[in-house]
Structures are given as structure tokens and as C-alpha cells.
Design a protein around this ligand. Structure first.
Ligand SMILES: NC(=O)c1ccc[n+]([C@@H]2O[C@H](COP(=O)([O-])OP(=O)(O)OC[C@H]3O[C@@H](n4cnc5c(N)ncnc54)[C@H](O)[C@@H]3O)[C@@H](O)[C@H]2O)c1
Length: 348
């Protein structure tokens, strides 16, 4: 039985992944997780009812050789996980997303762990115009967050071997309902705006490209990565689907066609330079049975239904610690509840 250690299992993606794997018989008793639990779980979370080994620890300090049982596979999700947080907490972003990831991968190799799965991001493609970006195309990371992912991939590739395989999953932007739901993601922000204000406010003219993937489909892709046997030492693969390569304006229009009576409010500013359209052919070819299947309409409706029940807490959701990870970290710092010294070093 493969033992699977998920680092960062309590976040937006990690809670969905853990639930997904625990429902699969062969993994039920072999999952465990490490997380500092930066973003506490919301009260609706069903995640808590699952019992499995669950350590509250910082991945920068853990000694892998002392983790019992020894894992066969490590899934590294822990991160300062978006661009606004990366901008404010540059040091922590580099330290967690890149340096601690690399340190752990080296430690894993030393104790003969066989596979390391890294949660990377399509944001590495930066501002790349209309062409569909393939895995071996040039990377143009624009933000500290994206740069941390590029650095991690580059160094991980160097230490991979035939006995220590590394898969880097370059995820499209996540979307949809999770047990640790956040609204600081474009799809979730639009649906929340539609539910709260009957309006979708674009912070740009909406011409930028952004591939999306439902968080359930991310979990499926990670399961595929656990099981996938490949000949190379290192593999990086774009994770998403052609159908969900959207221009931001089209994304907003599609959501407004599903949630009735919603108007679009478009800004004429284009401060955000990120725009990338991604080629998912490799993923389709090597993982034909693990392709994204979530229907767009269902993803909108499911989130709308949940958020309607939560509407009392949605006011100012963009700056609420409950719904925005950056606001959550700012709040913890203000209340002196974040003991992690690196988060106190901001770039203000
Ligand atoms: N959400 C997306 O759109 C998206 C897209 C592409 C890639 N990814 C990547 O997938 C991974 C998971 O994303 P997410 O949206 O679930 O992020 P998240 O911020 O919701 O979750 C990250 C988890 O890591 C934990 N963590 C942070 N620092 C830690 C540390 N030092 N030690 C231990 N745990 C720590 C946090 O407590 C949190 O539970 C990240 O690496 C992210 O960069 C996410």
C-alpha cells in the first residue's frame, strides 16, 4: 500500500484532494498530511470528519527522516499561494514555495522516497499573448509567486533521477467549491460578486487569457500523478483543458448567463499584465482517463447555491479574512496571531 504524504493538505486544493483520495479504498488508510493551517476551515467543512494522521507543522522545519510512516509519495501543495500575497510577502514566498520545497525534495531523495509531486502553476507563462503555451515554451514569470514556481521546477529537475521521479503539475487557475473555500480566485470572485451585488465587476478590460480548472479536477489530476509511471526522471505537464481557456470577459459573460439578472461592470484599465493561453495536449495524451470533466454550469450553480446560504458574510468579501487569503494573513499579523517571523517581513 502506497503511503502518501500531502504537505499543505488543509488549503483550498488540499482539502478537496484529501477527501477525494480518502474515498478511494486503496488510499483510505494511507494518507497523511502536514500543514500549518494558516487559513482555518470554515464551519461547513465536512473535511474534519475524516480521520487520518494530521500534523500541524511547518514544512520549513520538518525532518523527513523522522516522519513515521515513511511516505512512498510526497505531494507538495504548501505555498504562499497567489500573486497578491507573493507581492506583500516576498521572503516567505521564496522561502516556502521554492527553498523549503527543494530542501524537502532533497531530503526525500536521501531516504529513498520514490516520487515527489509538485503543485506548479500556468502563471509561469506570464504575459504570453494569444499563442497556446506548451510545456517546453519559454517561461516569462511576472510575479514573485510565479518566479518561485519557476525556480522550484528548475532545481527539482536537476535532482530528479530514475529512482526519484518528480512530476510538476502546472495547474490552470483553480475554481469552484472547496471545504476551505476562498473567493480570491477569479471564477469564485465573479460568482460571489454576482450573488452579492447582481453584478460582476471586472478589474480590467477583460481581454487577458486565463485557463481555469475546477478544484475537483485538480484532485483527479493529482491522483493520476500518484499512479502514473513514466520513463523520464522529470516531467512537467500543463493541467487543465482547452474548453476552460477563457478570456476574462468571456468568463464573466458565461457566468452572467447562468446567474440571472447579473450585469457586467468593465473597467478600462489594464494594470494586470498577466495573460496566458495554455496548450493541454500533453496532459490529454498521457492521462486520457483523468481529464477534467466538471461542467461549467454545474460549477457555477454549486458555488452560487453555497454562497447564497453564506450571503450574510459576503459583504466586502474581497477584503474579508474569511474569504481572502491575503486579508486573512494581514488579519493574523494585526492580531499578533501569526508566529511565523517571515510573514512579518513585508514589502511595505
Ligand atoms: N489555487 C490555484 O489557483 C492554484 C493554481 C495553480 C497552482 N496552485 C498551487 O497549488 C497549491 C495549493 O494551492 P491552494 O489554492 O490550496 O493554496 P492554499 O493557500 O489554499 O493552501 C496552501 C496550504 O499550505 C499551507 N502552508 C503554507 N505555508 C506552509 C508551511 N510553511 N508549512 C506547512 N504548510 C504550509 C497553508 O496553511 C494552506 O493550508 C499551491 O502550491 C499553489 O501554488 C494553486
Amino acid at each position: 500500500m502506497k503511503k502518501i504524504l500531502i504537505i499543505g493538505h488543509k488549503g483550498y486544493v488540499g482539502t478537496v484532494l484529501t477527501k477525494h483520495l480518502i474515498k478511494i479504498k486503496k488510499y483510505r488508510k494511507s494518507i497523511y498530511g502536514i500543514d500549518t493551517n494558516l487559513y482555518k476551515l470554515n464551519k461547513y467543512s465536512k473535511f474534519k470528519k475524516f480521520s487520518f494522521l494530521d500534523l500541524n507543522a511547518d514544512c520549513r522545519n520538518i525532518d523527513l527522516s523522522k516522519i513515521n510512516p515513511k511516505p512512498d509519495v510526497i505531494i507538495f501543495l504548501a505555498a504562499v499561494s497567489n500573486d497578491p500575497m507573493g507581492k506583500k510577502f516576498r521572503r516567505a514566498t521564496k522561502d516556502i514555495n521554492f527553498l523549503s520545497c527543494l530542501r524537502l525534495a532533497k531530503a526525500a531523495k536521501k531516504i529513498n522516497i520514490k516520487k515527489f509531486i509538485f503543485a506548479s502553476s500556468c502563471s509561469m507563462y506570464g504575459a504570453s499573448g494569444n499563442s497556446l503555451k506548451k510545456e517546453n515554451d519559454i517561461l516569462q514569470p511576472l510575479t514573485d509567486y510565479a518566479k518561485s514556481k519557476v525556480s522550484a521546477e528548475k532545481e527539482l529537475k536537476k535532482i530528479s533521477t530514475k529512482d526519484f521521479k518528480i512530476i510538476s503539475l502546472r495547474f490552470a487557475t483553480a475554481a469552484g467549491l472547496s471545504d476551505n473555500l476562498r473567493l480570491d480566485l477569479v471564477f469564485n470572485d465573479f460568482v460571489a460578486n454576482a450573488v452579492l451585488n447582481k453584478e460582476i465587476e471586472l478589474l480590467s478590460s477583460g481581454t487577458a487569457w486565463r485557463p481555469l480548472i475546477h478544484v475537483n479536477d485538480m484532485a483527479k489530476a493529482i491522483k493520476w500523478a500518484i499512479e502514473y509511471n513514466f520513463n523520464k526522471d522529470f516531467l512537467s505537464v500543463n493541467i487543465g483543458s482547452d474548453k476552460w481557456n477563457f478570456r476574462i470577459i468571456d468568463l464573466a459573460k458565461r457566468i452572467s448567463n447562468i446567474i440571472k439578472g447579473v450585469k457586467l461592470k468593465i473597467s478600462d484599465s489594464n494594470v494586470d499584465k498577466r495573460s496566458y493561453r495554455v496548450n493541454f495536449k500533453l496532459f490529454k495524451k498521457i492521462a486520457p482517463k483523468h481529464q477534467p470533466t466538471m461542467k461549467f454550469k454545474h460549477a457555477v450553480k454549486e458555488l452560487e447555491f453555497f454562497l447564497k446560504k453564506e450571503s450574510y458574510s459576503l459583504k466586502n468579501f474581497r477584503s474579508s479574512p474569511k474569504w481572502s487569503r491575503l486579508s486573512c494573513l494581514n488579519h493574523l499579523i494585526k492580531k499578533k496571531k501569526l508566529n511565523d517571523k517571515l510573514f512579518w517581513i513585508t514589502n511595505k
